[in-house]
Design a protein around this ligand. Structure first.
Ligand SMILES: N[C@@H](CCC(=O)N[C@@H](CS)C(=O)NCC(=O)O)C(=O)O
Length: 223
């Protein structure tokens, strides 16, 4: 394991699927770190932006360097802490899994995110139904793209699996709080169950679901 001169700090919020991805990789690799909320209480604060120029969570402070973007962070963690290996050695497999991760970041998660402003907003019922249809369209494309066996890269959990773990549950929880349905194919349903039956992954998924449940409750019955 790489020796680092300074402790690692993860800046994160509990509701974020991108933060959960980094937390999961840190935990699976048994890395020592502390997790903090953004200074000033929100990633929109000036204090946070002074620290993390990009102004997004997650971000990590590692060896005196600040790095944002979950994908960049988990790639660095894989380089620094190669055990257990979470990237395929074969360049074609590795590139394929990166493309599946990119599909999450550029298609699936943005489709889910478009639902957030509609939660607890009864004026948006029709838009929410259309947005869930669009999200389900991306799930159909994902179904054609992947062949989990049982994980995306085969027997070992990969960085690509970590990108999807909490998102797949958040899709269900956000859609169902608006009485809509995220439609998972048999293949995706089975893969999602496998992830949830994997030690550590289950804990991170359950923590994130609980934070999302609180967030939904705050939107459905604002104080
Ligand atoms: N591509 C980024 C996306 C992270 C992201 O969108 N985080 C949200 C919170 S879930 C955020 O910080 N939004 C504020 C912003 O980006 O300005 C990553 O993978 O880290």
């Amino acid at each position: 394991m790489q020796i680092l001169s300074q402790p690692i700090t993860l800046y994160a919020v509990p509701e974020s699927t991108y933060c959960a991805r980094v937390r999961l990789v840190l935990e699976l690799k048994s890395v020592d770190y502390t997790e903090e909320r953004p200074p000033g209480g929100t990633y929109r604060s000036e204090d946070y932006r002074r620290l993390v120029a990009a102004g997004s969570v997650p971000a990590i402070q590692i060896n005196g360097t600040i790095l944002h973007d979950s994908d960049a962070i988990v790639e660095l963690l894989e380089d620094l802490f190669p055990e257990p290996a979470m990237r395929c050695a074969d360049p074609f497999e590795r590139a394929f899994l990166k493309s599946v991760t990119r599909f999450h970041d550029t298609r699936l998660e943005p489709a889910l995110r478009s639902l957030f402003p509609m939660v607890g907003n009864s004026d948006k019922t029709q838009s929410a139904a259309l947005a869930v249809d669009a999200m389900n369209g991306h799930l159909e494309r994902l179904d054609r793209l992947i062949s989990p066996r049982p994980y995306l890269g085969g027997e070992a959990l990969s960085l690509a699996d970590c990108a999807y773990a909490t998102t797949l549950f958040m899709m269900e929880d956000i859609a169902s709080c608006m009485n809509l349905e995220a439609r998972f194919s048999e293949k995706i349903h089975h893969w999602r169950n496998t992830l949830h039956h994997t030690d550590t992954v289950k804990e991170i998924i359950d923590q994130n679901r609980s934070a999302i449940a609180d967030w939904i409750a705050s939107k459905l019955s604002p104080a």
